[in-house]
Design a binder for this molecule. Structure first.
Ligand SMILES: Nc1nc2c(ncn2[C@@H]2O[C@H](COP(=O)(O)OP(=O)(O)O)[C@@H](O)[C@H]2O)c(=O)[nH]1
Ligand SMILES: [Mg+2]
Length: 222
């Protein structure tokens, strides 16, 4: 069985990181070899302590940014398959084995997930839903990527795809960037998931990150 490295970025997620690690362990223990890498940016709460206590490896990355955290985590990952998710209980960690199986049985390189397929009530505000729809539409038009949800943060992919492109963004825009590149340069698919209500405070800055993402798409395209 191929090893899975589960990479989780954190910034002050003490109320949820333990729950996420528990769910990852319950899903993978005895199913596949795995490791859990928590990439933390200067948490001032008990995030690191909880992660270490639950057996995860904590990677310190003090340079801010969601994309930066992932790039650092990917460099440290030893599994041939990498799975990503937020530290906030929104994504179904229990789906990781199913998605890894799908990757292998269908000969895929990259799987991203579609949160719009089954979203819990209150999991995403109307403003964020609209923003995500606009960004997803922009990605479809500008890059012809067949994704409904360009901002989903749960991906399961072969580590080898990372050798095929360079990720420029250090921020939230890395989420759409990795999809654009993976769909262009490898065999990729989007799979529906259930998206849950967040535990703890959101780190995303709606307007700043939303407009930043849109700007990123246009800059990358033209
Ligand atoms: N290491 C690190 N993690 C971050 C940073 N910004 C956000 N995160 C984490 O990235 C994930 C996504 O952030 P979140 O607030 O859930 O954004 P949303 O899901 O887009 O609303 C969470 O697990 C955050 O703790 C950062 O600068 N560094
Ligand atoms: Mg989140």
């Amino acid at each position: 069985m191929t090893k899975v490295s589960v990479v989780i970025p954190t910034m002050n997620e003490e109320s949820s990181i333990g729950l996420v690690i528990d769910e990852v362990k319950a899903a993978l223990e005895g199913v596949r070899p795995y490791e859990i890498l928590v990439v933390d940016t200067d948490s001032r709460d008990r995030t690191r302590e909880i992660a270490v206590g639950k057996g995860a490896m904590v990677v310190e990355e003090s340079r801010r940014g969601y994309g930066r955290a992932y790039k650092t985590g990917f460099e440290k990952a030893s599994g041939e398959i990498i799975a990503t998710l937020d530290a906030d209980m929104t994504y179904p960690a229990s789906d990781i084995p199913k998605l890894a199986d799908m990757l292998e049985s269908q000969g895929l390189d990259f799987i991203t997930t579609d949160r719009f397929a089954d979203m819990a009530k209150g999991a995403m505000s109307a403003k964020h839903r609209l923003g995500n729809r606009v960004l997803s539409l922009a990605a479809r038009i500008l890059f012809r990527v067949k994704v409904r949800d360009s901002q989903s943060g749960m991906w399961v992919f072969r580590r080898s795809v990372l050798g095929g492109f360079t990720l420029e963004s250090d921020g939230m825009a890395m989420s759409e960037e990795i999809k654009v590149e993976a769909f262009k340069k490898s065999k990729a698919a989007e799979v529906p998931i259930t998206y849950r209500v967040r535990v703890g405070e959101v780190k995303l800055q709606s307007w700043k990150d939303g407009m930043g993402n849109l700007r990123f798409l246009f800059k990358k395209r033209f």
